[in-house]
Design a protein around this ligand. Structure first.
Ligand SMILES: [Zn+2]
Length: 131
């Protein structure tokens, strides 16, 4: 994806934003889209079974550095998403990005600027950006 594509993405989203022009519609569609991402992951576990979740309390020694803690923490996720589940997850994440770009447009924010600022913040905080 070229730099100009990223700028055009928000522009294109804005043009297609006819049915959900109100900020209230965009806000609720964004939350709904994000919930559908979670639903896609849940269905990969409970319907398809290509991935599974086995979670328990995170345990690590008290005397390790933050850098080492990262390697000791468990994702609780086992397996790999199959092609079909991957496509569904990508599609739902795409819809979430669509409404995120739409929200930015309505609020006169630039999604690319937001992304760049967050990237700088993550880079600056390094290992302390664990949340
Ligand atoms: Zn699957």
């Amino acid at each position: 994806m070229k730099d100009t594509d990223e700028i055009q993405f928000q522009e294109t989203v804005s043009q297609f934003l006819i049915r959900h022009r109100s900020i209230l519609d965009v806000q609720s569609k964004l939350v709904e889209a994000a919930a559908r991402v979670n639903r896609a992951v849940a269905k990969s576990v409970t319907t398809c079974g290509c991935i599974s979740i086995n979670a328990d309390r995170q345990r690590f020694p008290a005397d390790v550095s933050l850098r080492e803690v990262r390697d000791l923490l468990n994702t609780h996720l086992y397996g790999e998403m199959c092609e079909k589940c991957r496509e569904v997850a990508e599609s739902e994440i795409g819809a979430t990005l669509f409404y995120l770009a739409a929200l930015c447009s309505l609020l006169n924010l630039n999604l690319r600027d937001v992304l760049e600022k967050e990237y700088s913040r993550v880079n600056a905080l390094g290992v302390f950006h664990l949340t």
